[in-house]
Design a protein. Structure first.
Length: 129
C-alpha cells in the first residue's frame, strides 16, 4: 500500500528473475499513485540494478493526461532507468499511455507500452515484435 495515507490506496509487488525486475501495481489511477510507484521502482533499481523492467500496471480509473505523463517522464530521467529496457503493460487497455512511450523515448529510455504481458515479455527478450 502507498506509504502516503492521504493518497488512494495502491498495492505494489516486485520480484526479480535473473536480470529482470518485475513490478505489479494495483489500485486507483492517480498522478500521486503513479509518481509513488515510479519512485518505488527507482529505489529498487538503485538498491540492485536490473537490465529489464516488466511493469504490470493495473491502476484503474481516469488515466493520466498528456501533460502529466510528460512531467512524470522528465522527472524520472537521469535516475538510472536509461540503462534498462522497460516494458509497461496496461492489461485493461492503454488509456492514453502511448504518451508515456513517446515521451520516454524522447528522453532516452528504451521503452514500449503493451496491453498484453506475453508480447511485452517477448519484446524484453528479443526486441521488436
Amino acid at each position: 500500500m502507498s506509504p502516503h495515507s492521504k493518497h488512494p490506496p495502491f498495492f505494489i509487488r516486485s520480484s526479480r528473475h535473473r536480470s529482470q525486475l518485475r513490478v505489479h501495481v494495483i489500485g486507483e489511477s492517480t498522478l500521486d499513485n503513479t509518481i509513488a510507484y515510479w519512485q518505488a521502482i527507482l529505489a529498487e533499481v538503485e538498491k540492485e540494478p536490473a537490465a529489464q523492467l516488466l511493469l504490470i500496471d493495473e491502476l484503474m480509473g481516469e488515466p493520466l493526461t498528456e501533460s502529466e505523463w510528460l512531467s512524470l517522464v522528465r522527472n524520472m530521467a537521469n535516475h538510472g532507468l536509461e540503462q534498462m529496457r522497460i516494458a509497461h503493460v496496461k492489461p485493461h487497455g492503454l488509456q492514453r499511455i502511448e504518451y508515456c512511450e513517446i515521451f520516454a523515448r524522447d528522453v532516452g529510455f528504451d521503452s514500449r507500452v503493451f496491453d498484453n504481458e506475453h508480447a511485452a515479455e517477448i519484446w524484453l527478450r528479443y526486441g521488436e515484435t
